[in-house]
Write a protein that binds this ligand. Sequence first.
Ligand SMILES: [Zn+2]
Length: 312
Amino acid sequence: MQKLSLLAGNVFSGVPLDRVDNLRTDAAWIESRINDAASRFVAVWNQQSIVFGGSAPRAALGDRIALDGLIDGNTPLALLGIAPERGGIAYFAVDVSHLPQEALTERYAGGALMDLRQSVQLVPAQEAAILAYARGLMYWHQKNGFCSTCGHPTESRRAGHERACTNPDCDMTHFPRTDSAVIVLVHDGEECLLCRQSHWPTGMHSTLAGFLEPGESLEECVAREIFEESGVCITDVRYHSSQPWPFPASIMVGFMAKAASREINADEKELEYARWYNRDWLRNVEDSDEFRMPGAYSIAHRLISDWIEGRF
Ligand SMILES: [Zn+2]
């Protein structure tokens, strides 16, 4: 049993499900859970999920009846896990991207299809974590219908946690992939380094980030990315926390690092600019079109907040 209280951290983590890897190959058990009226189904439509609005918005985690007539045995489906705190009922993700949008909004009356970046700001955190898990897994299925080794079609196995090549001469097994990215709060005493990219929402500033490359440790990646993007050298790299980031298939690994140089030479292909920001100024600044923090659900927001308040 997972000790969820110990693992709870950033938004999108803390999925309140036991992933029951040991039951994924039990075809009879899976079939009985699919047909159990108590089981819950998370419909994913082109990476969006349904949210019911109102004064207390909730994610649509409906039963099988909600999808009757819309899905069949060929609809991509994966077991997410069972909910220990809800009598062990099973949760499934189901990809309904093949349906017209209206078919879903008619069936889930009062609900609306929503991207995770929007729904995370509305629904309870544990539901947002389930939506993130479902979105990430369904995206992987969507993008891996053909074997990357031989080009033949693949098919889902292990309750949606593997895909196997259907070419008997190949027989390659494919597993869900997560791209590692580092995200870093660089500080120098009372100032920290933030940047802006031109395609971000108006005024939004954030920490620097970049993808891990083959043959590179996370610490090396931190130093390389910060230098490439800002020209600043860093030292004292310390791990902070991580965040599942299914946009579309990443994990953000968060670090704090101390600046070893101050001169900024921003990579203009990546950044609009990078600048040093004073701790007290950041503590007191109000969001505006000139400056706003990244979304409160993001690890970037937490890195900046923890640094401002000296929590790390
Ligand atoms: Zn193959």
